[in-house]
Design a protein around this ligand. Structure first.
Ligand code: UFG
Length: 329
């Protein structure tokens, strides 16, 4: 299939683009490189540097490729930042997202897979979370993603589009070539591994008085290649659907730090710090629906294997994509 991947120079987008190419799809990556990295665009994909704010450019690129499907990764994705700067999130995730849908309408592309998030559930009433749980986001990031899901349902109803929202839990890990390189980095696993690599400083644990087994937040960490595989399966879906994509097992912040200590052999100090605004205590998926309907299942479901792959990538790329060479150990 000819697949147009917005945000394909970013972390999950680049791994998915590589997976698509590996399976014989034709990929155009559309990315403004604000967060993405040119070096992360896999060989075999065509990169168009452009912004979703520019609907005309999106339309032209869709037409030129003859795009049969869009996978829409581009957007902002940080809970804390969304609380501090809500306008950015609505402008980019909603406003620019609607530009994309308009360009698709004009270009005649009517199939879309969307990077949604567990954050649409807010603080769920029960974990594991099924898709029946009402959407009740508690931060602007989750609200912006929820709005776009709703827009897709409406486009399905009005125009018969095929739309799949994949609600990601916590993407983590790396392939040999592609990994996580954000600036600033706010995600737990790369922060913990950075502390191990630098051999100094510790990790702030944001809140240790949550109503969870050890008081720290629990998340469902899913290997990025398993997440990528879900997109490839979703390309074949018709209708209007939403799927959780997670492993179904939660790990606390302290458990992740402990796993990183085992993998790296470093001490890694954990320091109690105040709660981070917008963080729900526990997010763990029930992924039964995607397993049942699409036959998806995660291949790598242990936290140690996930952390280990991220650690390998970080040691190979100590300065991220742009900087520094391999670290000799
Ligand atoms: N955390 C720390 N210290 C840090 C960094 C993070 O204690 O230095 C904690 C956070 O408070 C949270 C957990 O580690 O409890 C995981 O935090 P991340 O920032 O790695 O990930 P989030 O759970 O905040 O968010 C991620 C994605 C979102 C997605 C969400 C769904 O960034 O896009 O997972 O679970 F919506």
């Amino acid at each position: 299939m000819r697949v147009f991947v917005t945000g394909g120079a970013g972390y999950i987008g680049s791994v998915t683009a590589a997976e698509l190419i590996g399976r014989g799809h034709e990929v155009v990556v559309y990315d403004n490189l604000e967060k993405g990295h040119r070096e992360a665009v896999p060989a075999g994909a065509t990169l168009v540097v452009g912004d979703l704010a520019d609907g005309g450019r999106v339309e032209e690129a869709l037409r030129r490729q003859g795009a049969e499907a869009v996978i829409h990764f581009a957007g902002y994705s940080l809970v804390g930042e969304s609380v501090a700067h809500p306008g950015r999130y609505f402008r980019n995730n909603v406003g620019n997202g609607l530009n994309l849908l308009g360009a698709m309408r004009r270009a005649g592309t009517s199939r879309i897979i969307f990077s949604s998030t567990a954050a649409v559930y807010g603080s769920p009433r029960a974990v594991p979370i099924t898709e029946e749980e009402p959407a009740a986001p508690i931060n602007p990031y989750g609200e912006s993603k929820r709005f776009f899901e709703t827009a897709l349902s409406r486009f399905h109803a009005a125009y018969g589009w095929d739309c799949v929202s994949l609600r990601y839990f916590n993407a983590a890990g790396a392939t040999a070539a592609l990994g996580e390189d954000h600036d600033p980095e706010t995600h737990l696993i790369p922060i913990v591994l950075r502390a191990a690599l630098d051999g100094r400083g510790g990790v702030d644990v944001f809140g240790d008085d949550y109503d969870t087994p050890d008081g720290t937040c629990v998340r469902d960490y899913i290997h990025v290649t398993d997440l990528a595989a879900a997109h490839v399966l979703a390309l074949e879906c018709g209708g209007d659907r939403a799927y959780n994509v997670g492993v179904g097992r939660g790990y606390s912040v302290l458990e992740v730090i402990e796993a990183a200590r085992r993998v790296t052999g470093a001490r890694i100090e954990a320091r109690a710090a105040p709660r981070r605004p917008g963080d729900p205590p526990a997010l763990v998926a029930s992924a039964e629906r995607i397993r049942r309907e699409l036959g998806w299942s995660p291949r790598r479901d242990g936290i140690e294997g996930i952390v280990e792959s991220a650690w390998r990538w970080m040691r190979e790329h100590p300065g991220g994509y742009g900087g520094g060479g391999k670290l000799s150990l």
